[in-house]
Design a protein around this ligand. Sequence first.
Ligand code: B16
Ligand code: MG
Length: 222
Amino acid sequence: MKLQTVLFDLDGVITDTAEYHYLAWKRMADQIGIEIDRDFNERLKGIGRMESLERILVHGKKAEEFTSEQREQLAKSKNDHYVSLLIHLTPEHTYPGIKELLDQLREHEIPAVLASASKNAPQILASLQLADKFQYIVSPDGIPGKPAPDIFLKGAEAVGADPSYCIGIEDAQAGIEAIKAAGMYAVGIGEHDLLQSAGANIVYNRTSQLNLSSLLEAALME
Ligand code: B16
Ligand code: MG
C-alpha cells in the first residue's frame, strides 16, 4: 500500500495560531458582554469562523440577539484583529519537525496538502515561508467545515489521491473526526485520550515526534 498524500491541518499542527484566535475572539466577546476563557477556547479548535461565532453566542446565551448582518460584522471585527496579530508570525514559529517532514515528503515525491479550516491559511504559510512546500492548499470557502470530511476529501481529490492511501494530521477532535469520515489514516497531535476517542489511529504528544518512516510504519504503508 503506497502512501499517496499527507494532509496537514494548520493551526495546532504547523504552528500555534490558536493563541491569536483566542485573543481576537476574547476581545470581540468582551465587546458584546460575553466572557470566554482558555478552556472554552478548546471547543473552537478546528471549527470555522462563523460556527465558532455561533458557539460563542450560544455560550453567552445571546444567539437570538444578532441578525446575520450583525454576525458578519462581529466575525469581520474578530478577523481584522486576528490578522493584525499575524504580523508577529515568522518562520521560527513553525512547530519542531514540520519543515523536516515536509522536506522528507518532497524527497520521496509524496505531495503535501494543506487541509485547514482557515481562510487566512495562505497568508500564514507565507509568513512561515512554507508555501512552496505544499502542492495544494484547500480553500474552505463554500464547503462544510470539520468534522465533515469535505476539506480533506477536496485536498485528496486535488492531487488525484485515493483517500484510503492518505494520512491526515490533526490536533483537534473535530479534525480527527473529519479525517476518519474521509476514510483516511488519522494522526493526532496532542492529548492522547481525547484524540483517540475521536478516532485517531495514532497519537503523538508533539510534532517533533513526526517523521516519514515512523508514519509509514504506523500506517502500514510504504
Ligand atoms: P479563520 P485549522 C482553524 O484552523 C482554527 O483552528 C479555528 O480556530 C479557526 O476558527 C478556523 O481555522 C477558521 O479560521 O477565521 O482564519 O478563517 O485548525 O483548521 O488549521
Ligand atoms: Mg487545528
